[in-house]
Design a protein around this ligand. Sequence first.
Ligand code: Z5A
Length: 214
Amino acid sequence: MGRGRLILIEGLDRTGKTTQTSILTDRLKPNAQLIKFPDRSTTIGKLINQYLTDKNFNLPNQSVHLLFSANRWEVAENIKETLLNGTNVILDRYVYSGIAYSAAKDVDGMDLQWCLNPDKGLLKPDLTLFLTNESNDDAERDGFGEERYENVQFQKKVKKQFYAAFTEFETPNSNTLKLVDVTNKSIEEVSEEIWKLVQPILSNKEENQEFSFF
Ligand code: Z5A
């Protein structure tokens, strides 16, 4: 039995990550586990939740960045064990969100490499799907604007940093990163596109047993 595959869905706010990771996990059940970052249920996650939802609760940008990373390390071992048991793990946001949102703040010293450092050693996904929406209608989707970071100007900076991080930290031509344009597409159309991209990764489970790391 081959190890499970680690599949990440990334994207800007309201591009449909939660919708699509949940559809993909259901499609693969019982052979898939869904993990969403930030995991707001843990002790660290509760602090992150307070930071995101209460604009009067302030922390230094560096501390916030380290909390998001610590939140990933809290479940890192669980992810590895699940994969070794042959179960696929589907991630809703991960290291690239950590880098892109922090680097977009333009804080002196918090460049891409600084932002990656606390995540170094975490498992690298076998496939990263980045959902892009060119129409800006994601800003009109339910709930946009309720939390910190949810404004159009900041999202533009975040998008730039996502691409910069992919260029810096993905291996060129390795086929581990795919862009999925969700512009004007229904939930069903997007999920079909994702399914087509995921299937080849699942069918070569006997090969490629080695893990990659950030
Ligand atoms: N953050 C960070 O700074 N550092 C980190 O390391 C990490 C995260 C991991 C909270 O994340 C914040 O944390 C986030 C990044 C930062 N910044 N902000 N703001 P979160 O993942 O918990 O955020 P969220 O609010 O749960 O998710 P989201 O990004 O806002 O939404 P989404 O998951 O991409 O979208 P969705 O919930 O699936 O869909 C949104 C709505 O659109 C919903 O009503 C859907 O029914 C609808 N939808 C979905 N797809 C479609 C299509 N195709 N057509 C029409 N409508 C659609």
